[in-house]
Design a protein around this ligand. Structure first.
Ligand SMILES: [Mg+2]
Length: 232
């Protein structure tokens, strides 16, 4: 079956699919800046940011400032509210930068003009929803399902179903497009979505790419392929 035979609702992964997720170096650099603001050890802080990824994307550590305060304390710090506010702003600035990348905007706009509806399903921590409204994505994406707000992450069916409910469609009416992180393609496929792996060299910047070689379903190498497939 070709992509062109699929319905007009597409659910996208966010990082590594619509925007870059930030390389490990970039993410550690931000963690070091935050550590300096919080007056804690740089390496220990960068490590604990990484090690708490699962808890942060499940939203179990609370809001962004609360999370940063907790992480600083876990590495022996006792930051002031002013220091926490500075580190929070540094993290938000990094996230807003990622979400300002408009590489995908033209393709999404072309499809939008043809009547497609879009959802985003993402494993993300508190800074993503806080940065969303200042991004171009807000105007193009119809519904979002943020893991940190829902308390579930991919490939749990509930995070996809949150998006399909908000779009008022059934999972088997949707195409899911993602770079494959979090086993997202298998989760989407099991719900009956037409799962499609996007392997765009311009959007590969993280170690999250590991394990993707096992996907034997549909693969595209740019969103442009998706656009042309739907134009057939
Ligand atoms: Mg991804």
């Amino acid at each position: 079956m070709t992509v062109s035979q699929r319905p007009r609702t597409i659910i996208f992964d966010l990082y590594g699919t619509l925007v870059l997720g930030g390389s490990r170096l970039q993410r550690d650099t931000v963690a070091f800046q935050m550590a300096d603001a919080l007056e804690v050890d740089r390496t220990a802080f960068a490590d604990i940011v990484r090690d708490t990824f699962d808890a942060r994307v499940r939203g179990t550590m609370g809001g962004l400032s609360e999370t940063i305060s907790e992480l600083a304390q876990r590495v022996g710090g006792s930051p002031t509210s002013r220091q926490i506010a500075l580190a929070t702003e540094q993290r938000l600035e990094f996230c807003r930068g990622l979400l300002s990348d408009s590489y995908s905007a033209m393709h999404l706009s072309q499809m939008k003009e043809r009547g497609y509806r879009f959802g985003v399903v993402t494993d993300c921590s508190a800074e993503t929803p806080l940065s969303w409204n200042s991004s171009w994505l807000r105007d193009v994406i119809d519904v979002v399902a943020f893991s940190c707000e829902l308390g579930v992450r991919k490939p749990d069916p509930e995070i996809y179903l949150a998006a399909t409910r908000r779009l008022n469609v059934q999972p088997d009416e949707c195409v899911f497009v993602g770079d494959g992180g979090s086993n997202e393609l298998y989760g989407a496929h099991e719900l009956g979505m037409a799962a499609t792996m996007l392997v765009d060299p311009n959007l590969v910047d993280t170690e999250r790419f590991e394990g993707h070689s096992s996907w034997d379903g549909t693969i595209i190498t740019s969103l442009a392929e998706l656009v042309s497939a739907f134009n057939e």
